[in-house]
Design a protein around this ligand. Structure first.
Ligand code: HAS
Length: 544
């Protein structure tokens, strides 16, 4: 396959650089809020803790991820589906980029003006400026345009290659964007139908349970929208980097399809402690939550198989001999591998959260904050960091130098140490009852709250180390942009010669989308009707 067509590089780089700019600003907010919470600093009177928390959540969880993912998927789709973006796909990509960017700038300005301190989940009845919701709508619309560009490229490729199986990277990109399009319908309805009219004052009240349900209809698949691009790297790119092969193409495709089916009808597991939803529907969605664990277990199995087969082919012996032949000194492997390793305890934490009784112990505590810092901020973020070390050189026509590679290994270690301290403290103090989403307080020197303080200080220390990690990755991105010119291959793994042929039905989109929609209707129709009938409405509150 010929290497990356660099005329598409600008679109990819524009997304990646925007993502890292968001990471930098979000990282500053994150470090400051950690220090406030640990009691180490006091903010100037005109900056609020919750304002920083909102900026941090929006920039890290929504902006860094979405831009990075779209840039990464566009690169892979361009490379594997014809070697060049169609003019229409590229136009849609740029239109999406600018729409999202206008939305992001408006959103960040409104947050910094203190008019949208509603955190990244923007729970009603907290009421932000209408411009905040308009900004969110623009980000979603922009991401849809980019998604259409990816679908268009895929459709054209299928038409010109009617009997061929699509490349695995492209297939996975289509599933990821499909999941995103179906999931964002929920948040789009919430924002456009409920929050914008309410925040403009056109209606007096908002249906609170309904708005939160629509948010979590989107909010849970959102986490798989973050995870699946990391899985693309683990399934497709890592085998190439370690000099091995993809264990099974069909297993990889099936696991992605299972995400499409089971990642959406599960939002109630974020609302298990909320009134207004019957226990039966919560129970049903918990069962489906346990189904969505299956494709991750399949992924773990597949990765172990890839590593093991690679080790055996290189003469490794014994149960863990395969570990010795892995390229530990190559940051393109090391950073994503640390992400995989950490995903084992991170995923176990998710299974704890999903268990109804245990959710009662951890819900709304810092445990949950610890959980998502391990999942998205470590497993996913480290994988994204690992990707830039080959993606930027590939699309800009440069090479990864040994010096940048070394700096990347150091950055990965710094990130892991910072996260171990911060997320470890969050998990522990969460179990001791410390709530999430609060600024510094000792609750009138309550003995329980005093007990939490050393952990809060440790969180601040971890946060400062992580901020050093942010500076290091930004430095590495800049170094990559200035690296010596040269050719870097786009690393796409080949499937093991012993793998079974991939069944064609895995590419019957109508079938899979139909099952996904049926499951969504099954899990949500009756609860939504209940919510519309037994309306619990509230006026808006500005609590900050
Ligand atoms: Fe979660 C809350 C349940 C995965 C993110 N989650 C959150 C929130 C976020 C988030 C952001 O049921 C907070 C939202 C908020 O602000 O309120 N989560 C789960 C479950 C999973 C899960 C069951 N979460 C994720 C991922 C995220 C993420 C992934 C981001 C990317 N989560 C919950 C629940 C809540 C929740 C409840 C609500 C809590 C509450 O009460 O508020 C599962 O998908 C996890 C399955 C994962 C595995 C691990 C597989 C391991 C692999 C690695 C293999 C390693 C190798 C290397 C091969 C089963 C694939 C080995 C090498 C060696 C040397 C050994």
């Amino acid at each position: 396959m010929k290497n990356f067509d660099r005329s598409d590089g600008k679109l990819v780089i524009a997304h990646i650089l925007f993502a890292f700019a968001a990471l930098l600003v979000g990282g500053i907010a994150g470090m400051l809020q950690g220090m406030v919470r640990g009691g180490t600093i006091t903010l100037p009177a005109n900056i609020g803790y919750y304002e920083l928390l909102t900026a941090h959540g929006v920039l890290m969880a929504l902006i860094f991820t979405t831009y990075f993912i779209i840039g990464f998927l566009y690169s892979g789709v361009s490379h594997t589906l014809g070697g060049k973006l169609l003019p229409a796909s590229k136009k849609l990509g740029w239109a999406g980029y600018w729409t999202m960017s206008v939305g992001t700038v408006i959103g960040v300005v409104v947050i910094l003006l203190g008019k949208a301190t509603v955190l990244y989940t923007f729970y009603a009845p907290m009421k932000a400026s209408p411009w905040f919701y308009i900004a969110l709508a623009l980000v979603v619309i922009g991401s849809w345009l980019s998604g259409f560009g990816i679908f268009l490229q895929y459709r054209r490729w299928k038409r010109t290659n009617p009997n061929k199986l699509s490349p695995l990277f492209a297939y996975m990109s289509v599933v990821t964007m499909l999941l995103w399009q179906v999931a964002t319908i929920g948040v789009a309805i919430e924002v456009v139908v409920q929050l914008i009219p309410w925040s403009f004052g056109w209606v007096d009240t908002v249906n609170v349970v309904l708005s939160r349900t629509l948010f979590w209809y989107f909010g849970h698949p959102l986490v798989y929208f973050w995870l699946l691009p990391a899985y693309i790297c683990w399934y497709v790119v890592i085998p190439k980097i370690i000099g091995g092969r993809i264990f099974s193409d069909s297993l990889a495709r099936l696991s992605f399809m299972l995400f499409l089916l089971f990642s959406i009808p599960v939002g109630f597991h974020h609302q298990l402690m909320e009134p207004g939803i019957s226990t039966f529907w919560k129970y049903l969605q918990v069962v489906l939550t346990f189904m969505v664990i299956v494709p991750s277990l399949m992924t773990a199995f597949s990765l172990f198989a890839t590593f093991e087969l690679n080790g055996r082919a290189k003469g490794a012996k014994g149960l863990f001999g395969w570990m010795k032949v892995l390229p530990w000194k190559d940051v393109r492997f090391f950073a994503p591998f640390m992400g995989m390793l950490i995903f084992i305890p991170a995923g176990a934490g998710g299974i704890i959260n999903a268990s109804n009784q245990m959710n009662a112990v951890v819900h709304n505590t810092l445990w949950v904050t610890g959980h998502f810092h391990l999942t998205v901020a470590t497993s996913v973020a480290l994988t994204f960091f690992g990707i830039v070390y080959w993606l930027i050189p590939t699309v800009t026509g440069r090479i990864l130098t040994p010096r940048i590679n070394r700096a990347g290994i150091i950055q990965t270690i710094v990130w892991c140490v910072g996260m171990f301290i911060m997320s470890g403290s969050m998990h522990t103090v969460g179990l001791l009852g410390s709530p999430r989403r609060t600024a510094y307080t000792t609750y009138d020197d309550n003995p329980d709250a005093i007990l939490w303080m050393p952990y809060h200080v440790a969180m601040a220390v971890g946060g400062i180390i992580l901020f050093v990690g942010v500076l290091l990755i930004i430095g590495n991105v800049i170094a990559l942009l200035r690296a010596p010119k040269g050719e870097t291959q786009y690393p796409i793994g080949e499937v093991s010669e012993n793998a079974e042929a991939t069944p064609r039905f895995l590419e019957r989109w109508g079938l899979w989308l139909g099952i996904a929609v049926a499951l969504i209707l099954f899990a949500y129709t009756i609860p939504l009707i209940d919510m519309l009938r037994n309306t619990v409405t509230s006026p808006g509150y500005v609590t900050w």
